[in-house]
Design a binder for this molecule. Sequence first.
Ligand SMILES: [Zn+2]
Length: 403
Amino acid sequence: MTYKSIFVDGTLCDISVENGAISAIEPLAENVIRERLASGEECRYAIPGLANMHTHSAMTLLRSAGSGLPLQRWLGEAIFPREAQLTPELIHRGALDACQEMRQSGTTAFNDMYFSIESTIRAARETGLDANIALSVTDGDFDKGPFVSQFLETAAKMAESDDHRQRITLSIAPHAIYTVSGPHLQYLADFAAEHKTLFHIHLSETRKEREDCISQHGVPPVVYLQRLGVLDRVGSHFIGAHALWLDPTEIQILGEYGASVVHCPNSNLKLGSGCRFLYTELRDAGVNVCLGTDGCASSDNLDMIEAMKVMSLLQKGTRCDPSVLPADEVLKVASANGRRALGLPDGNIKVGNKANFFLVDINNRYFKGLDLLTSTSAKRHIDFLNRLIYAAGNAVVSETVTQ
Ligand SMILES: [Zn+2]
């Protein structure tokens, strides 16, 4: 299969894909470009697939539920009672909708936390996305025997049906420090270390979570997890979703362990959890900062292009500095950093890599004036990314390629 007239990093190319991998990227000579443009051939732009690093995909079933409630009331009044009604079949349908929605906005990998994981695994397989799917645990539903057997049986079934075209991994996700006790967190960290899985947890999402942790344990959440030995056990396999209320010591600790955190700007804004995500500080401390949408009950959609825009604008606005987190850097946060946290190969568009990109239609008002012939590739690329992220959004994604 050859994708013709595709911009890669600002250079017009033909991209060939064979057996799921990119077999050739051929830059076009200037006379060929002029001929193709003159003949009205439509050019598209290729961007590495995005990695939605924190979601609960089946929550498409609860889209926009409980709008206007703060986190604890939202969970208790709008979410947990509805989730109690969900069946594995409903969860499969919800996750399938989610995977299709993610593909439509350029996402090729996602990091999920929910229950009835086999339903979500099935949906990921059916839509060709790479995924890490974590079994969500709270104290209320935790029982070691059934937990271990569910995990091991699912892992064995996954190994049997693995078709090697996509990578789906299994991991564990204690819901949060306020829903999972210290001994259970320690047990789950041991389990994650033993089975070499990721350890995905909601972390310091609200000021209340932080204050409650200090009043109950005398230290803030990251120090509490370190003191429990969780970070020593799971190290760089730790993924903290939200990580919004951190102090400098906690940021330094996360950096020392090479941990990942996932910013979910739309969810944080919608639930009124806060808006001062410490991106620069985390990045500079060596933390792998990723981007996610969260589930559709709090972020309302799974659109990672919109999440890139909101993340970038929040950094610029809250720091009164328009140079912070430019378009190419927020794209790296939303793509390469996520893949790194998932242990996936880099998703760059280059020969030998698995086909993992989305194509953007540039024949529309948002890209009018994008200089196709005289600008340098680097300038064109930056101009394109600015228009995609800040202006066009997901409506211009014409195809997502995963093989
Ligand atoms: Zn969440």
